[in-house]
Design a protein around this ligand. Structure first.
Ligand SMILES: Cc1cc2nc3c(=O)[nH]c(=O)nc-3n(C[C@H](O)[C@H](O)[C@H](O)COP(=O)(O)O)c2cc1C
Length: 202
């Protein structure tokens, strides 16, 4: 049994991103894993890193309660999965604010003489993203590689996680055909089964 923390950022409860999240969580539970979900919009997470937190945040007594709780959940997890749509090829500001505040210096990384050392090693991470554009178009002009470098490598690997996979579902828009959505959700379940073995397996 693995302990999974799912962090998801999408404002609309019946969006494709949230359906995908439910499929992901359902498959983990079916496989017998322990799952905790941080649905940042529904939790009312405050994504704004304040001056006080930035200046004194290294001091554990000054860290805000919401950040301390979020950090405890990261420490308790074997696997952290971040799920979000690509907005301007980046993460929604809500997810970025979670990273800014929760993956703080002294917790997720240390920096000395220009070198960053991740502090969350021993844990695995997965990233699941959604885009309107076809993946081939993103790869062709370099947007995909730029996004991977800045998000997969510079955030998750830099914090020390072993990134087990990045699942991307492309061409998701308002006119998504039900059959395409079903196939996409099947890919999500397959990703979970492929990376996180069931405790029920012999
Ligand atoms: C503010 C905003 C910015 C977006 N930027 C991009 C983008 O840079 N590239 C892209 O392919 N899709 C972009 N999209 C489209 C979304 O990724 C896509 O429509 C959305 O993920 C559909 O899934 P949903 O139903 O979960 O929202 C953007 C959407 C919004 C709302």
């Amino acid at each position: 049994m693995q302990k999974h923390l799912i962090v998801v950022a999408h404002p609309v409860e019946d969006s494709f991103t949230m359906s995908l999240t439910r499929a992901y969580v359902g498959e983990l539970i079916r496989a017998g894993h322990d799952v905790r979900v941080h649905d940042l919009y529904r939790m009312g997470f405050d994504p704004v890193l304040s001056a006080r937190e930035l200046i004194d945040g290294n001091d554990v007594h000054i860290r805000m309660v919401d950040v301390l709780v979020a950090q405890e959940d990261v420490l308790a997890a074997d696997v952290v999965t971040a799920i979000y749509p690509l907005w301007w090829m980046s993460m929604p500001a809500m997810m970025k604010g979670y990273i800014d505040r929760v993956f703080s210096r002294g917790f997720a990384y240390e920096a000395e003489q220009g070198k960053v050392r991740g502090l969350l090693s021993g844990r695995r991470a997965a990233v699941v993203t959604v885009s309107g554009a076809p993946l081939a178009a993103l790869v062709q002009d370099g947007r995909w590689q730029a996004m991977e470098l800045l998000q997969d490598t510079h955030i998750f690997r830099a914090a020390g996680f072993e990134l087990v996979g990045h699942l991307h579902i492309d061409e998701v828009g308002p006119a998504l055909a039900p059959s395409t959505a079903a196939a996409d959700l099947a890919r999500v379940r397959e990703f979970v089964r492929g990376h996180f073995a069931s405790v029920h397996a012999a």
